[in-house]
Design a protein around this ligand. Structure first.
Ligand SMILES: [Mg+2]
Length: 255
């Protein structure tokens, strides 16, 4: 079943690995594709990881992946923010993701932009209220991902999009969302691929994130029934171009 794809974009969580464990065949699949000259990209909605740290973590697990092939939501957000030439920003984010924002002027007391990623325990009453006040005074809001709930840490938790949408509802101000399924993060990967969109495949485990996101930018999508996939996800109008039971089956499209 040769499908003629020249580039493949992989989600990480639930596709290459889940909750820290690499799926059997994932490392070998990437090697197999690379040997065949397929352009590879990694597209993750992680905000806590920078491009550098995300690559280092994958390499430590045995993936032959390079920094230039990796796009995280924090990386894509920093790239987007740069195009806006912001005077100042308040980046609500933790861990290595913050590395992406080191070149901006940080002014949490009077920011032109509030840039929201995963702020972990600092998503508290004080900070959310501060964000509310700043938005009502004219600050603009960029939210790194629109997803409301995350299961990748082991238990279910509210995530970035939930806090961003709360502020949208409370203020009536529209945020710009960057991560999958929004177009900005895909564009960051696509602009470095130099391949026709009809020849690019997105591989993900979430229909509302990976498959719809791929549709939004005109590329095909394969859904894998691993990670956060549940059968009920298929009870909707969106049909993935391919459905596989695991990552190792992707090989079928190339042999
Ligand atoms: Mg996933």
């Amino acid at each position: 079943m040769k499908a003629g794809f020249e580039g493949v974009i992989f989600d990480i969580d639930g596709v290459l690995e889940f909750q820290g464990k690499v799926y059997p065949g994932a490392i070998e699949l990437l090697d197999f594709l690379r040997i065949r000259g397929i352009t590879l990209r990694i597209l993750s909605n992680s905000t806590l990881k920078s491009r550098r740290s995300c690559t280092a973590k994958l390499r430590a697990k045995g993936f032959n992946i390079y920094e230039s092939e990796v796009v995280t939501a924090s990386f894509a957000t920093a790239r987007y923010l740069k195009t806006l030439r912001p005077k100042s920003c308040w980046v609500m984010l933790k861990r290595e993701g913050l590395e992406e924002f080191k070149d901006f002027r940080h002014d949490p007391e009077n920011p032109e932009y509030i840039v929201m990623g995963d702020y972990r325990e600092d998503f508290n009453f004080q900070n959310m209220n501060k964000a509310l006040e700043l938005l009502l005074k004219g600050a603009k809001l960029i939210v790194m991902i629109s997803e409301l709930v995350d299961n990748s840490m082991g238990g279910v938790e509210l995530t970035v999009g939930a806090y961003g949408k709360m502020l949208e509802d409370a203020t009536g101000i529209k945020a710009t969302f960057i991560g999958k399924p929004n177009k900005y993060i895909f564009k960051e990967a696509l602009k470095t691929m130099d391949i026709k969109r009809s020849k690019i495949l997105m591989v993900g485990d979430k229909i509302y994130t990976d498959v719809i996101g791929a549709r939004n930018v005109g590329i095909q999508a394969a859904l894998v029934r691993t990670g956060e996939f549940r059968d009920r996800d298929l009870d909707c109008d969106i049909e993935p171009d391919y459905i596989f039971s695991s990552i190792s089956e992707i090989k079928q499209l190339f042999s």
